[in-house]
Design a protein around this ligand. Structure first.
Ligand SMILES: C[S@@+](CC[C@H](N)C(=O)[O-])C[C@H]1O[C@@H](n2cnc3c(N)ncnc32)[C@H](O)[C@@H]1O
Length: 247
């Protein structure tokens, strides 16, 4: 494909990702967007659970399979390496849009607070979580993470350097601040329904498994001893739970 076409494709993929990311805040927070986690007509409990778990599994499978080095190696034999990351974020965004579209609300309340201070605290934590997610992408490399560096370098006939292993800012406090941000944003709510809780439990389990058994395995293989030292010194997700000096 022509370099200019790849560039336009990558920009489009990034714009779709940005819209999907912003929609996620409204979807999980039950605010602003037309279809949120607790809105819509309710089905019976069992079909709702089955549909929702299938939707989350589609995202988890797409996200995990396409992120593995072996898959990327094969995939870049059929598409330009410059398009690989953009395609990954585009398909992740489509999987998320499918969740927003087909999500079945289950609105039985698990917890709810009417206390003003608790509502402010929970809502503040919710936005803090999303802020941590966004800021952390810049701490590793936002432009490389979302394919923009790859399409720009390709357009300019330049090689994109291999991603750098980062241990700066929030990456000094936990090894996975992006995932920590998501966990905070998903759990912190003044009004938790069964549907929201199902979403939160499944995504929490997915994050724990994907980070520990997939991402860290690949990072250890790629970075080696330096990553093992990082694992010993910096906690995975819960800040200040390791006594050793930080890297
Ligand atoms: C969606 S990001 C999530 C990063 C990390 N798990 C987090 O929660 O902050 C996934 C990409 O980040 C990369 N990555 C993870 N830790 C990194 C680090 N410390 N420095 C640079 N890249 C990292 C992984 O190789 C993967 O390509």
């Amino acid at each position: 494909m022509k370099k200019s076409m790849i560039f336009i494709y990558g920009i489009l993929a990034y714009v779709i990702f940005l819209i999907t990311f912003l929609y996620a805040i409204g979807f999980v927070g039950n605010m602003v967007v037309p279809k949120a986690i607790d809105s819509g007509t309710e089905l019976a409990l069992l079909p709702s659970i089955v549909i929702n778990v299938i939707l989350l599994s589609v995202f988890a499978l797409q996200h995990s399979i396409m992120a593995r080095p072996a898959f990327k190696k094969w995939f870049t034999t059929i598409i330009s390496p410059a398009m690989e990351r953009s395609t990954y974020i585009l398909l992740s965004s489509l999987a998320l849009l499918l969740i927003y579209w087909q999500w079945q609300p289950i609105t039985t309340i698990v917890w709810e607070t009417h206390n003003k201070i608790s509502i402010i605290l929970m809502t503040g934590l919710f936005f803090l979580g999303w802020t941590i997610v966004l800021l952390s992408t810049f701490m590793i490399n936002h432009f490389e993470l979302f394919g923009l560096a790859q399409i720009f370098n390709n357009l300019k006939n330049r090689q994109t350097p291999n991603p750098k292993f980062q241990t700066n800012f929030l990456y000094k406090i936990v090894r996975h601040p992006i995932m920590l941000g998501f966990l905070i944003a998903f759990w912190a709510t003044p009004r938790m329904t069964v549907g929201h809780l199902l979403f939160t439990i499944v995504t929490t389990l997915y994050i724990l498994v994907a980070v520990k058994y997939l991402e860290e395995k690949d990072l250890k293989k790629a970075i080696g001893e330096k990553y093992e030292t990082y694992q010993k010194e910096v906690p995975m997700l819960i800040p200040f739970t390791k006594s050793k000096k930080k890297v």
